[in-house]
Design a binder for this molecule. Structure first.
Ligand code: SIN
Ligand code: MN
Length: 281
């Protein structure tokens, strides 16, 4: 799948593109069926909500789950990103965010590239965020909120929030959000399972808690231009990947057929990926 000139223009202006129902129900079911098994595992990649046992984020499933390893190589997701950057991309981060019914907690306002620059020493904002809905997303189950055009301001001042949620994040203060929203408003793309959002890594975003009885499981992938790989390995390797191998796409039917994929972490997380290390070579 390639983007039209009009879509690229809209991405430059707004910082995001929304593709409702890009993946079909049978394709998404293959992924959804795998989630309970992944969330039940007691591995460090499962970060749980601070109020209980519900999984907030599962990291790096593409390294130990075949369906997610295939999604990580899906041409409908990878091709438009390579088109925008004009080069190969690698997987910088891979998350399955639970936002489970009743228990799903907030994500404070932030920019992903803010974290990647400060923590991982990623040289430029040449990494793309992708959200793929595994459940229907509606106004009640904590849809992702975006501030259109905010990516154009580059990296904004932020504070390191270690307490609000169960995941440390560089978050923006309320005065900044007021100004950004006065200028760009807020959008919250909603749609059926299988929908995809591409959004710029400087686009300011957040989501509220999920008090509805409906799960909002979504996959968040961050693909970085290979030449723009991170220079610092301060965070564990399952959060900020250190393998900069270009992604090679599988055929378009890869979620429905059992194409062979490597699963290097199937028997556990390699010890050296569990901790932060010194500067990258
Ligand atoms: C994120 O910002 O990475 C996740 C936001 C969400 O799950 O709503
Ligand atoms: Mn984010």
């Amino acid at each position: 799948m390639l983007l039209t000139k009009e879509q690229i223009g809209r991405f430059d202006a707004d910082g995001y593109l929304f593709f409702p129902a890009l993946f079909g129900k049978p394709e998404i079911q293959v992924l959804l069926d795998e989630v309970p098994t992944l969330y039940a595992q007691r591995r460090p990649e499962n970060v749980r909500e601070k109020t209980g046992d519900a999984v907030r984020t599962n990291f790096a499933a593409h390294l130990y789950s075949a369906p997610f390893a295939r999604l990580a190589r899906h041409p409908r997701m990878v091709a438009p990103i390579k088109q925008i950057f004009g080069e190969d991309v690698y997987m910088h981060q891979f998350k399955i965010n639970g936002k489970m019914a009743i228990d799903g907690d907030v994500w404070q306002w932030h920019q992903d590239y803010g974290t990647w620059r400060r923590d991982d020493d990623m040289p430029e904002a040449r990494a793309m965020n992708v959200a793929i809905f595994l459940d229907d997303v509606n106004e009640f189950n904590g849809p992702l909120m975006l501030i259109p055009g905010s990516h154009r301001l580059g990296v904004l001042e932020a504070g390191h929030d270690l307490t609000t949620t169960s995941y440390p994040l560089w978050t923006l203060d309320h005065g900044t959000i007021e100004k950004l929203v006065a200028r760009g408003g807020i959008v919250a793309p909603k749609g059926p399972a299988g929908s995809m959002i591409l959004f710029h890594s400087c686009l300011v975003h957040a989501s509220t808690s999920n008090l509805s009885p409906w799960n909002r499981v979504s996959v968040y992938l961050s693909l970085c231009a290979v030449s723009n790989h991170i220079r610092r390995f301060k965070r564990p390797g399952y959060i900020a990947h250190r393998d900069f191998t270009p992604i090679e796409c599988l055929p378009d039917d890869c979620l429905l057929k059992d194409y062979d994929v490597p699963l290097p972490w199937k028997d556990g997380t390699p010890a050296e990926q569990l901790r932060g290390l010194l500067e990258a070579a």
